[in-house]
Design a protein around this ligand. Structure first.
Ligand SMILES: Cc1cc2nc3c(=O)[nH]c(=O)nc-3n(C[C@H](O)[C@H](O)[C@H](O)COP(=O)(O)OP(=O)(O)OC[C@H]3O[C@@H](n4cnc5c(N)ncnc54)[C@H](O)[C@@H]3O)c2cc1C
Length: 508
Protein backbone atom coordinates (compact mmCIF):
# COMPACT_ATOMS: atom_id res chain seq x y z
CA UNK A 1 0.00 0.00 0.00
CA UNK A 2 1.37 3.40 -0.95
CA UNK A 3 2.27 6.01 1.64
CA UNK A 4 -0.44 8.27 0.22
CA UNK A 5 -3.08 5.82 1.46
CA UNK A 6 -1.61 4.69 4.76
CA UNK A 7 -2.76 6.64 7.79
CA UNK A 8 -5.88 8.22 6.31
CA UNK A 9 -9.13 7.79 8.25
CA UNK A 10 -10.92 4.82 6.65
CA UNK A 11 -14.66 5.22 5.99
CA UNK A 12 -16.45 1.94 5.22
CA UNK A 13 -19.62 2.17 3.10
CA UNK A 14 -21.02 4.54 0.48
CA UNK A 15 -24.60 5.27 1.53
CA UNK A 16 -25.47 8.74 2.85
CA UNK A 17 -23.46 8.11 6.05
CA UNK A 18 -20.21 7.05 4.37
CA UNK A 19 -20.31 9.56 1.51
CA UNK A 20 -21.12 12.50 3.77
CA UNK A 21 -18.58 11.54 6.45
CA UNK A 22 -15.86 11.46 3.78
CA UNK A 23 -17.02 14.84 2.40
CA UNK A 24 -17.04 16.37 5.90
CA UNK A 25 -13.53 15.03 6.64
CA UNK A 26 -12.25 16.63 3.41
CA UNK A 27 -10.15 18.63 2.60
CA UNK A 28 -8.15 16.47 5.02
CA UNK A 29 -7.16 13.21 3.29
CA UNK A 30 -9.59 10.32 3.75
CA UNK A 31 -10.06 6.84 2.28
CA UNK A 32 -13.56 5.57 1.39
CA UNK A 33 -13.98 1.86 0.77
CA UNK A 34 -17.18 0.29 -0.44
CA UNK A 35 -18.15 -3.22 -1.42
CA UNK A 36 -20.03 -2.06 -4.54
CA UNK A 37 -19.19 0.65 -7.02
CA UNK A 38 -20.00 4.19 -5.82
CA UNK A 39 -23.74 4.68 -6.25
CA UNK A 40 -24.28 0.89 -6.01
CA UNK A 41 -26.56 -1.02 -3.63
CA UNK A 42 -27.51 0.94 -0.52
CA UNK A 43 -30.67 1.64 1.45
CA UNK A 44 -29.92 5.34 1.00
CA UNK A 45 -30.56 5.20 -2.73
CA UNK A 46 -33.95 3.53 -2.12
CA UNK A 47 -35.28 6.10 0.36
CA UNK A 48 -38.48 7.68 -0.85
CA UNK A 49 -40.08 9.90 1.78
CA UNK A 50 -37.42 12.37 2.87
CA UNK A 51 -35.64 13.92 5.85
CA UNK A 52 -37.29 15.33 8.96
CA UNK A 53 -36.22 18.86 9.94
CA UNK A 54 -38.06 21.65 11.74
CA UNK A 55 -37.99 24.20 8.89
CA UNK A 56 -41.62 25.40 8.82
CA UNK A 57 -42.80 28.66 10.43
CA UNK A 58 -45.03 26.71 12.82
CA UNK A 59 -42.32 24.21 13.80
CA UNK A 60 -39.42 24.05 16.26
CA UNK A 61 -36.63 21.56 17.02
CA UNK A 62 -38.32 21.06 20.42
CA UNK A 63 -41.48 19.77 18.68
CA UNK A 64 -39.41 17.50 16.42
CA UNK A 65 -37.62 16.15 19.51
CA UNK A 66 -40.94 15.58 21.32
CA UNK A 67 -42.37 13.61 18.34
CA UNK A 68 -39.16 11.53 18.19
CA UNK A 69 -39.35 10.69 21.91
CA UNK A 70 -43.00 9.76 21.64
CA UNK A 71 -42.38 7.36 18.69
CA UNK A 72 -39.41 5.80 20.52
CA UNK A 73 -41.71 4.35 23.23
CA UNK A 74 -39.69 5.48 26.23
CA UNK A 75 -36.25 4.24 25.18
CA UNK A 76 -34.82 7.18 23.20
CA UNK A 77 -31.74 8.94 24.46
CA UNK A 78 -33.23 12.44 24.99
CA UNK A 79 -29.82 14.09 24.50
CA UNK A 80 -29.36 12.42 21.10
CA UNK A 81 -32.91 13.35 20.12
CA UNK A 82 -32.29 17.00 21.05
CA UNK A 83 -28.96 17.07 19.25
CA UNK A 84 -30.34 15.67 15.99
CA UNK A 85 -33.50 17.81 16.06
CA UNK A 86 -31.47 20.99 16.76
CA UNK A 87 -28.93 20.27 14.01
CA UNK A 88 -31.41 18.96 11.40
CA UNK A 89 -31.99 22.31 9.57
CA UNK A 90 -28.21 22.80 9.30
CA UNK A 91 -27.97 19.21 7.99
CA UNK A 92 -30.40 20.07 5.18
CA UNK A 93 -28.40 23.21 4.35
CA UNK A 94 -25.19 21.15 4.24
CA UNK A 95 -26.74 18.60 1.86
CA UNK A 96 -27.87 21.48 -0.40
CA UNK A 97 -24.31 22.84 -0.41
CA UNK A 98 -23.08 19.43 -1.53
CA UNK A 99 -25.45 19.62 -4.49
CA UNK A 100 -28.64 17.85 -3.36
CA UNK A 101 -31.57 19.53 -5.12
CA UNK A 102 -34.55 19.50 -2.75
CA UNK A 103 -38.11 20.14 -3.90
CA UNK A 104 -39.05 23.80 -3.49
CA UNK A 105 -42.26 25.76 -3.92
CA UNK A 106 -42.97 29.44 -4.39
CA UNK A 107 -40.22 31.86 -3.37
CA UNK A 108 -37.67 29.03 -3.27
CA UNK A 109 -39.08 27.78 0.05
CA UNK A 110 -38.59 24.06 0.71
CA UNK A 111 -41.74 22.00 0.17
CA UNK A 112 -42.47 20.29 3.48
CA UNK A 113 -44.39 17.01 3.59
CA UNK A 114 -46.38 15.56 6.48
CA UNK A 115 -45.82 11.97 7.65
CA UNK A 116 -47.43 9.78 10.30
CA UNK A 117 -46.61 10.69 13.93
CA UNK A 118 -45.12 14.09 12.99
CA UNK A 119 -47.10 16.93 14.56
CA UNK A 120 -45.97 19.38 11.85
CA UNK A 121 -45.16 19.41 8.14
CA UNK A 122 -41.38 18.83 8.25
CA UNK A 123 -40.40 16.25 5.63
CA UNK A 124 -37.89 17.72 3.20
CA UNK A 125 -37.80 15.72 -0.04
CA UNK A 126 -36.26 15.65 -3.47
CA UNK A 127 -37.54 14.57 -6.88
CA UNK A 128 -40.95 13.80 -5.32
CA UNK A 129 -40.46 10.28 -3.96
CA UNK A 130 -36.89 9.99 -5.30
CA UNK A 131 -35.13 11.58 -2.29
CA UNK A 132 -32.58 8.83 -1.70
CA UNK A 133 -31.63 8.56 -5.33
CA UNK A 134 -31.03 12.32 -5.52
CA UNK A 135 -28.95 12.34 -2.32
CA UNK A 136 -26.72 9.48 -3.50
CA UNK A 137 -26.38 11.07 -6.97
CA UNK A 138 -25.29 14.43 -5.58
CA UNK A 139 -22.98 13.10 -2.85
CA UNK A 140 -21.34 10.61 -5.22
CA UNK A 141 -20.62 13.42 -7.67
CA UNK A 142 -19.24 15.56 -4.85
CA UNK A 143 -17.00 12.71 -3.62
CA UNK A 144 -15.68 12.09 -7.12
CA UNK A 145 -14.92 15.80 -7.47
CA UNK A 146 -12.97 15.98 -4.17
CA UNK A 147 -9.29 15.17 -4.72
CA UNK A 148 -8.53 14.50 -1.04
CA UNK A 149 -11.04 11.59 -0.96
CA UNK A 150 -9.47 8.38 -2.23
CA UNK A 151 -12.09 5.77 -3.15
CA UNK A 152 -11.60 2.01 -3.27
CA UNK A 153 -14.64 0.47 -4.95
CA UNK A 154 -15.52 -3.25 -4.93
CA UNK A 155 -13.59 -3.51 -1.67
CA UNK A 156 -15.10 -5.05 1.45
CA UNK A 157 -13.99 -4.55 5.03
CA UNK A 158 -13.35 -7.97 6.59
CA UNK A 159 -11.75 -7.18 9.93
CA UNK A 160 -11.05 -4.13 12.08
CA UNK A 161 -7.39 -4.47 13.07
CA UNK A 162 -6.33 -3.73 16.63
CA UNK A 163 -3.21 -2.92 18.58
CA UNK A 164 -3.52 -2.57 22.37
CA UNK A 165 -7.30 -2.30 22.09
CA UNK A 166 -7.20 0.57 19.56
CA UNK A 167 -7.82 0.58 15.81
CA UNK A 168 -4.67 0.34 13.69
CA UNK A 169 -6.16 -0.52 10.31
CA UNK A 170 -8.75 -2.41 8.31
CA UNK A 171 -8.31 -5.74 6.60
CA UNK A 172 -10.01 -5.39 3.23
CA UNK A 173 -10.64 -7.68 0.32
CA UNK A 174 -11.11 -6.73 -3.28
CA UNK A 175 -10.52 -8.05 -6.75
CA UNK A 176 -6.78 -8.32 -5.97
CA UNK A 177 -7.38 -10.42 -2.82
CA UNK A 178 -6.94 -9.44 0.84
CA UNK A 179 -4.83 -6.50 1.94
CA UNK A 180 -4.21 -4.33 5.01
CA UNK A 181 -5.14 -0.64 5.06
CA UNK A 182 -3.16 0.93 7.92
CA UNK A 183 -4.88 3.78 9.79
CA UNK A 184 -5.66 4.87 13.36
CA UNK A 185 -9.31 5.76 12.73
CA UNK A 186 -12.11 3.86 11.02
CA UNK A 187 -15.79 4.70 10.52
CA UNK A 188 -18.32 1.91 10.10
CA UNK A 189 -21.08 3.19 7.79
CA UNK A 190 -22.25 -0.14 6.44
CA UNK A 191 -26.01 0.33 6.92
CA UNK A 192 -28.67 -1.91 8.46
CA UNK A 193 -29.46 -5.59 8.88
CA UNK A 194 -32.50 -6.03 6.58
CA UNK A 195 -30.53 -8.40 4.35
CA UNK A 196 -30.70 -10.98 7.18
CA UNK A 197 -34.48 -11.31 6.66
CA UNK A 198 -36.22 -13.15 3.84
CA UNK A 199 -38.71 -10.30 3.42
CA UNK A 200 -36.93 -6.97 3.37
CA UNK A 201 -36.98 -3.57 1.70
CA UNK A 202 -33.18 -3.28 2.14
CA UNK A 203 -30.62 -4.46 -0.40
CA UNK A 204 -29.76 -8.07 0.49
CA UNK A 205 -26.08 -7.09 0.52
CA UNK A 206 -26.78 -4.89 3.58
CA UNK A 207 -27.05 -7.51 6.32
CA UNK A 208 -24.99 -5.96 9.11
CA UNK A 209 -21.41 -6.97 8.29
CA UNK A 210 -20.15 -3.79 9.96
CA UNK A 211 -21.87 -4.76 13.23
CA UNK A 212 -20.07 -8.10 13.20
CA UNK A 213 -16.74 -6.37 12.53
CA UNK A 214 -17.27 -3.96 15.41
CA UNK A 215 -18.44 -6.74 17.75
CA UNK A 216 -15.33 -8.80 16.95
CA UNK A 217 -13.21 -5.73 17.74
CA UNK A 218 -14.84 -5.63 21.20
CA UNK A 219 -17.29 -2.77 20.65
CA UNK A 220 -20.51 -2.42 22.65
CA UNK A 221 -23.68 -2.83 20.59
CA UNK A 222 -27.02 -1.36 21.63
CA UNK A 223 -30.74 -2.07 21.19
CA UNK A 224 -30.11 -4.92 18.75
CA UNK A 225 -33.61 -6.37 19.21
CA UNK A 226 -35.48 -3.43 17.70
CA UNK A 227 -36.33 -3.94 14.02
CA UNK A 228 -38.94 -1.81 12.31
CA UNK A 229 -41.10 -3.67 9.78
CA UNK A 230 -42.94 -1.85 7.03
CA UNK A 231 -46.52 -3.12 6.66
CA UNK A 232 -46.97 -2.73 2.91
CA UNK A 233 -44.12 -4.09 0.82
CA UNK A 234 -45.18 -5.40 -2.59
CA UNK A 235 -45.50 -9.19 -2.17
CA UNK A 236 -43.29 -10.54 -4.94
CA UNK A 237 -40.15 -12.62 -5.33
CA UNK A 238 -38.00 -9.53 -6.07
CA UNK A 239 -35.47 -8.42 -3.46
CA UNK A 240 -35.27 -5.78 -2.17
CA UNK A 241 -39.07 -5.71 -1.90
CA UNK A 242 -40.59 -2.52 -3.26
CA UNK A 243 -42.26 -0.22 -0.81
CA UNK A 244 -45.86 0.93 -1.18
CA UNK A 245 -45.56 4.08 0.91
CA UNK A 246 -47.75 5.14 3.81
CA UNK A 247 -48.75 8.15 1.73
CA UNK A 248 -50.87 5.80 -0.42
CA UNK A 249 -52.89 4.85 2.66
CA UNK A 250 -52.90 8.57 3.55
CA UNK A 251 -54.75 9.15 0.26
CA UNK A 252 -57.45 6.68 1.28
CA UNK A 253 -56.21 3.24 0.10
CA UNK A 254 -57.47 0.42 2.36
CA UNK A 255 -56.14 -2.98 3.41
CA UNK A 256 -58.39 -5.89 2.44
CA UNK A 257 -58.12 -9.66 2.33
CA UNK A 258 -59.10 -12.09 -0.43
CA UNK A 259 -62.78 -11.78 0.56
CA UNK A 260 -62.69 -7.98 0.39
CA UNK A 261 -62.90 -7.72 4.21
CA UNK A 262 -61.21 -4.56 5.59
CA UNK A 263 -59.57 -6.30 8.53
CA UNK A 264 -57.69 -3.30 10.04
CA UNK A 265 -60.86 -1.21 10.34
CA UNK A 266 -61.13 -1.94 14.07
CA UNK A 267 -57.58 -0.67 14.85
CA UNK A 268 -57.57 2.85 16.32
CA UNK A 269 -56.52 4.89 13.27
CA UNK A 270 -57.30 1.90 10.97
CA UNK A 271 -54.83 1.80 8.05
CA UNK A 272 -53.12 4.93 9.40
CA UNK A 273 -52.42 3.46 12.86
CA UNK A 274 -48.71 3.46 13.84
CA UNK A 275 -46.55 1.41 11.46
CA UNK A 276 -45.78 -1.38 13.97
CA UNK A 277 -49.49 -1.92 14.77
CA UNK A 278 -50.51 -2.08 11.12
CA UNK A 279 -47.57 -4.46 10.42
CA UNK A 280 -48.63 -6.79 13.24
CA UNK A 281 -52.28 -6.75 12.11
CA UNK A 282 -51.17 -7.71 8.58
CA UNK A 283 -48.80 -10.41 9.90
CA UNK A 284 -51.56 -11.91 12.09
CA UNK A 285 -54.00 -11.98 9.19
CA UNK A 286 -51.43 -13.65 6.93
CA UNK A 287 -50.64 -16.18 9.69
CA UNK A 288 -54.37 -17.06 9.80
CA UNK A 289 -54.05 -18.11 6.16
CA UNK A 290 -55.42 -15.01 4.44
CA UNK A 291 -53.94 -13.01 1.59
CA UNK A 292 -53.56 -9.28 2.09
CA UNK A 293 -53.96 -6.51 -0.49
CA UNK A 294 -53.80 -2.75 -0.59
CA UNK A 295 -56.83 -1.53 -2.50
CA UNK A 296 -56.39 1.79 -4.30
CA UNK A 297 -59.27 1.27 -6.74
CA UNK A 298 -61.72 3.60 -5.02
CA UNK A 299 -59.31 5.97 -3.34
CA UNK A 300 -57.07 7.42 -4.69
CA UNK A 301 -58.76 5.73 -7.69
CA UNK A 302 -57.95 6.44 -11.36
CA UNK A 303 -55.57 9.29 -10.35
CA UNK A 304 -53.25 6.76 -8.63
CA UNK A 305 -50.71 6.35 -11.49
CA UNK A 306 -50.36 10.11 -11.77
CA UNK A 307 -50.05 10.61 -8.01
CA UNK A 308 -47.64 7.72 -7.42
CA UNK A 309 -45.90 7.09 -10.74
CA UNK A 310 -42.98 5.09 -9.31
CA UNK A 311 -45.27 2.72 -7.34
CA UNK A 312 -47.67 2.34 -10.28
CA UNK A 313 -44.65 1.57 -12.47
CA UNK A 314 -43.22 -1.24 -10.32
CA UNK A 315 -46.72 -2.70 -9.79
CA UNK A 316 -47.22 -2.84 -13.55
CA UNK A 317 -43.75 -4.40 -13.96
CA UNK A 318 -44.94 -7.12 -11.54
CA UNK A 319 -48.05 -7.69 -13.68
CA UNK A 320 -50.49 -5.75 -11.44
CA UNK A 321 -52.61 -2.87 -12.72
CA UNK A 322 -53.39 -1.06 -9.43
CA UNK A 323 -56.34 0.83 -10.94
CA UNK A 324 -58.06 -2.52 -11.62
CA UNK A 325 -56.47 -5.04 -9.22
CA UNK A 326 -55.72 -4.82 -5.47
CA UNK A 327 -51.95 -4.78 -4.78
CA UNK A 328 -50.70 -7.87 -2.87
CA UNK A 329 -48.63 -6.73 0.14
CA UNK A 330 -46.91 -8.14 3.20
CA UNK A 331 -44.68 -6.73 5.97
CA UNK A 332 -40.92 -6.56 5.42
CA UNK A 333 -37.93 -5.80 7.66
CA UNK A 334 -37.20 -2.15 6.96
CA UNK A 335 -35.01 -0.40 9.53
CA UNK A 336 -32.74 -1.38 12.44
CA UNK A 337 -32.99 0.93 15.44
CA UNK A 338 -30.02 -0.82 17.10
CA UNK A 339 -26.37 -0.96 16.12
CA UNK A 340 -22.90 0.03 17.31
CA UNK A 341 -23.37 2.10 20.47
CA UNK A 342 -21.95 5.59 19.89
CA UNK A 343 -21.80 8.87 21.80
CA UNK A 344 -22.81 12.29 20.50
CA UNK A 345 -19.60 12.46 18.45
CA UNK A 346 -20.21 9.06 16.87
CA UNK A 347 -17.44 7.38 18.92
CA UNK A 348 -17.83 3.71 19.76
CA UNK A 349 -16.42 2.05 22.87
CA UNK A 350 -13.27 1.03 20.90
CA UNK A 351 -10.57 3.65 20.59
CA UNK A 352 -10.28 4.86 16.99
CA UNK A 353 -13.63 3.39 15.92
CA UNK A 354 -16.58 5.58 14.94
CA UNK A 355 -19.93 4.53 13.46
CA UNK A 356 -22.46 6.54 11.48
CA UNK A 357 -25.85 6.02 9.85
CA UNK A 358 -27.98 2.92 10.31
CA UNK A 359 -24.99 0.86 11.53
CA UNK A 360 -24.70 3.17 14.53
CA UNK A 361 -26.99 3.43 17.53
CA UNK A 362 -27.01 6.97 18.94
CA UNK A 363 -30.16 6.22 20.94
CA UNK A 364 -32.19 8.63 18.78
CA UNK A 365 -34.76 6.05 17.71
CA UNK A 366 -35.33 4.18 20.97
CA UNK A 367 -37.68 1.25 20.41
CA UNK A 368 -39.21 2.66 17.22
CA UNK A 369 -38.01 5.11 14.58
CA UNK A 370 -40.03 8.18 13.74
CA UNK A 371 -40.43 8.20 9.94
CA UNK A 372 -37.75 10.17 8.04
CA UNK A 373 -35.48 10.47 11.07
CA UNK A 374 -32.76 8.15 9.74
CA UNK A 375 -31.40 10.08 6.75
CA UNK A 376 -31.26 13.26 8.82
CA UNK A 377 -29.55 11.43 11.70
CA UNK A 378 -26.90 10.18 9.25
CA UNK A 379 -26.38 13.72 7.91
CA UNK A 380 -26.08 15.30 11.35
CA UNK A 381 -23.80 12.57 12.72
CA UNK A 382 -21.54 12.52 9.63
CA UNK A 383 -20.45 16.04 10.45
CA UNK A 384 -20.03 15.20 14.15
CA UNK A 385 -17.89 12.15 13.30
CA UNK A 386 -15.71 14.17 10.91
CA UNK A 387 -15.15 16.90 13.52
CA UNK A 388 -14.32 14.30 16.15
CA UNK A 389 -11.80 12.57 13.87
CA UNK A 390 -10.29 15.94 12.93
CA UNK A 391 -9.75 16.74 16.61
CA UNK A 392 -7.70 13.57 17.24
CA UNK A 393 -3.98 14.02 17.78
CA UNK A 394 -1.89 12.34 15.04
CA UNK A 395 -0.74 8.87 16.07
CA UNK A 396 2.02 6.69 14.62
CA UNK A 397 1.02 3.74 12.46
CA UNK A 398 1.54 0.39 14.17
CA UNK A 399 1.19 -3.18 12.98
CA UNK A 400 -1.85 -5.24 14.00
CA UNK A 401 -1.80 -7.89 16.71
CA UNK A 402 -3.43 -10.50 14.54
CA UNK A 403 -5.05 -11.11 11.20
CA UNK A 404 -7.80 -13.69 11.25
CA UNK A 405 -8.15 -16.29 8.54
CA UNK A 406 -10.94 -15.55 6.07
CA UNK A 407 -14.30 -15.97 7.81
CA UNK A 408 -17.54 -17.33 6.51
CA UNK A 409 -20.46 -14.99 6.07
CA UNK A 410 -23.45 -16.82 4.71
CA UNK A 411 -26.52 -14.61 5.11
CA UNK A 412 -28.57 -16.93 2.87
CA UNK A 413 -28.24 -19.75 5.43
CA UNK A 414 -29.10 -17.43 8.33
CA UNK A 415 -32.14 -15.72 6.76
CA UNK A 416 -34.68 -18.48 7.48
CA UNK A 417 -33.57 -18.69 11.13
CA UNK A 418 -33.69 -14.93 11.70
CA UNK A 419 -36.97 -14.55 9.80
CA UNK A 420 -38.69 -17.20 11.92
CA UNK A 421 -37.22 -16.22 15.29
CA UNK A 422 -37.12 -12.44 15.00
CA UNK A 423 -40.27 -11.67 13.06
CA UNK A 424 -42.99 -9.23 14.01
CA UNK A 425 -44.39 -11.30 16.88
CA UNK A 426 -41.83 -13.13 19.00
CA UNK A 427 -41.87 -15.53 21.93
CA UNK A 428 -39.45 -17.43 24.12
CA UNK A 429 -39.77 -20.70 22.20
CA UNK A 430 -39.03 -19.30 18.75
CA UNK A 431 -36.24 -17.08 20.10
CA UNK A 432 -34.66 -19.96 22.07
CA UNK A 433 -34.77 -22.12 18.97
CA UNK A 434 -33.08 -19.37 16.91
CA UNK A 435 -30.43 -18.92 19.62
CA UNK A 436 -29.65 -22.64 19.73
CA UNK A 437 -29.21 -22.73 15.93
CA UNK A 438 -27.22 -19.50 15.70
CA UNK A 439 -24.88 -20.10 18.64
CA UNK A 440 -23.43 -23.13 16.88
CA UNK A 441 -22.55 -20.97 13.88
CA UNK A 442 -21.76 -17.53 15.27
CA UNK A 443 -18.11 -18.14 16.19
CA UNK A 444 -17.24 -18.72 12.53
CA UNK A 445 -19.90 -16.85 10.56
CA UNK A 446 -20.44 -13.08 10.72
CA UNK A 447 -24.08 -13.26 9.56
CA UNK A 448 -24.85 -15.76 12.34
CA UNK A 449 -23.08 -13.52 14.85
CA UNK A 450 -25.34 -10.56 13.99
CA UNK A 451 -28.42 -12.81 14.15
CA UNK A 452 -27.34 -14.19 17.51
CA UNK A 453 -26.84 -10.71 19.01
CA UNK A 454 -30.35 -9.73 17.90
CA UNK A 455 -31.90 -12.96 19.13
CA UNK A 456 -30.28 -12.84 22.58
CA UNK A 457 -31.33 -9.21 23.04
CA UNK A 458 -34.90 -10.02 21.93
CA UNK A 459 -35.02 -13.09 24.20
CA UNK A 460 -33.93 -11.11 27.24
CA UNK A 461 -36.36 -8.22 26.64
CA UNK A 462 -39.33 -9.77 28.41
CA UNK A 463 -41.82 -7.06 27.50
CA UNK A 464 -43.52 -5.57 24.45
CA UNK A 465 -42.39 -2.09 23.50
CA UNK A 466 -42.30 -0.15 20.23
CA UNK A 467 -41.29 -2.48 17.43
CA UNK A 468 -40.54 -5.39 19.80
CA UNK A 469 -43.68 -7.46 20.38
CA UNK A 470 -43.63 -10.56 22.62
CA UNK A 471 -46.63 -12.90 22.52
CA UNK A 472 -45.63 -14.19 25.98
CA UNK A 473 -44.95 -10.72 27.47
CA UNK A 474 -47.59 -8.40 26.00
CA UNK A 475 -47.14 -5.68 28.65
CA UNK A 476 -44.57 -2.87 28.73
CA UNK A 477 -42.25 -3.03 31.72
CA UNK A 478 -41.86 0.52 33.01
CA UNK A 479 -38.48 -0.32 34.56
CA UNK A 480 -36.92 -1.71 31.37
CA UNK A 481 -33.80 0.02 30.05
CA UNK A 482 -31.81 0.01 26.80
CA UNK A 483 -29.85 -3.12 25.82
CA UNK A 484 -26.05 -2.86 25.76
CA UNK A 485 -23.93 -5.91 24.89
CA UNK A 486 -20.50 -7.04 23.73
CA UNK A 487 -19.81 -10.14 21.68
CA UNK A 488 -18.32 -12.03 24.64
CA UNK A 489 -21.35 -11.21 26.79
CA UNK A 490 -23.62 -12.50 24.03
CA UNK A 491 -21.70 -15.78 23.76
CA UNK A 492 -21.77 -16.17 27.54
CA UNK A 493 -25.52 -15.52 27.67
CA UNK A 494 -26.16 -17.90 24.74
CA UNK A 495 -24.24 -20.61 26.62
CA UNK A 496 -26.28 -19.96 29.80
CA UNK A 497 -29.50 -20.16 27.79
CA UNK A 498 -28.24 -23.34 26.12
CA UNK A 499 -27.67 -24.98 29.54
CA UNK A 500 -31.09 -23.79 30.76
CA UNK A 501 -32.73 -25.23 27.66
CA UNK A 502 -30.78 -28.48 28.07
CA UNK A 503 -31.87 -28.70 31.73
CA UNK A 504 -35.48 -28.00 30.75
CA UNK A 505 -35.35 -30.67 28.03
CA UNK A 506 -33.85 -33.21 30.47
CA UNK A 507 -36.50 -32.47 33.13
CA UNK A 508 -39.34 -32.70 30.59
C1 LIG B 1 -37.03 1.41 0.71
C2 LIG B 1 -36.52 2.30 1.80
C3 LIG B 1 -37.08 3.55 1.99
C4 LIG B 1 -36.61 4.40 3.01
N1 LIG B 1 -37.12 5.66 3.14
C5 LIG B 1 -36.58 6.50 4.05
C6 LIG B 1 -37.01 7.87 4.14
O1 LIG B 1 -37.85 8.32 3.37
N2 LIG B 1 -36.44 8.66 5.10
C7 LIG B 1 -35.49 8.21 5.97
O2 LIG B 1 -35.01 8.97 6.81
N3 LIG B 1 -35.05 6.93 5.89
C8 LIG B 1 -35.57 6.07 4.95
N4 LIG B 1 -35.11 4.80 4.89
C9 LIG B 1 -34.00 4.40 5.76
C10 LIG B 1 -32.70 5.02 5.25
O3 LIG B 1 -32.71 4.97 3.84
C11 LIG B 1 -31.48 4.29 5.77
O4 LIG B 1 -31.55 4.18 7.16
C12 LIG B 1 -30.20 5.06 5.43
O5 LIG B 1 -30.17 5.31 4.04
C13 LIG B 1 -28.98 4.27 5.83
O6 LIG B 1 -27.86 4.92 5.30
P1 LIG B 1 -26.41 4.31 5.59
O7 LIG B 1 -25.45 5.18 4.84
O8 LIG B 1 -26.22 4.13 7.02
O9 LIG B 1 -26.47 2.84 4.96
P2 LIG B 1 -26.70 2.37 3.45
O10 LIG B 1 -27.30 3.45 2.64
O11 LIG B 1 -27.39 1.07 3.48
O12 LIG B 1 -25.22 2.17 2.92
C14 LIG B 1 -24.40 1.13 3.43
C15 LIG B 1 -23.17 1.03 2.53
O13 LIG B 1 -22.21 0.16 3.13
C16 LIG B 1 -21.70 -0.73 2.14
N5 LIG B 1 -21.16 -1.90 2.87
C17 LIG B 1 -21.83 -2.80 3.64
N6 LIG B 1 -20.96 -3.69 4.17
C18 LIG B 1 -19.72 -3.35 3.73
C19 LIG B 1 -18.41 -3.88 3.95
N7 LIG B 1 -18.19 -4.95 4.74
N8 LIG B 1 -17.35 -3.28 3.33
C20 LIG B 1 -17.55 -2.19 2.52
N9 LIG B 1 -18.76 -1.65 2.28
C21 LIG B 1 -19.83 -2.22 2.90
C22 LIG B 1 -22.90 -0.98 1.25
O14 LIG B 1 -22.55 -1.50 0.01
C23 LIG B 1 -23.46 0.45 1.17
O15 LIG B 1 -22.71 1.21 0.24
C24 LIG B 1 -35.57 3.95 3.87
C25 LIG B 1 -35.02 2.69 3.69
C26 LIG B 1 -35.47 1.87 2.66
C27 LIG B 1 -34.83 0.53 2.48
Amino acid sequence: MTGAVAGRPIVIGSGIAGLLTALCIAPAPVLLITQEGLGGQSSSALAQGGLAAAMGDDDTPALHRADTLSAGAGLCDPVAAGLVADAAPAGIAMLSRFGVVFDRGTGDALTLGLEAAHSRRRIVHAAGDGTGHEIVRALTEAVRATPSIMVLEHTSAEQLLLRDGAICGVLASGRAGRFVLPGRSAVVATGGVGGLFEDTTNPVECWGRGLALAARAGAVLADMEFIQFHPTALASENRPMRLVREAVRGEGAVLIDETGHRFTEALPGAELAPRDRVSRAVARHLAEGHSVFLDVRERPGPAFPEMFPAIAGFCRAAGIDPVRDPIPVRPAAHYHMGGIAVDEQGRSSVQGLWACGEAACTGLHGANRLASNSLIEAAVMARAVAESIGAQPAQPLVSPEGIEPQRRADPAAIRPIVSRGLGLIRDRDTLSHAISLLSGLAAGDDAALVGLMMAVAAHDREESRGAHCRRDFPQTNKHATRTMMTRSEVFLRARELGSEMGALARSA
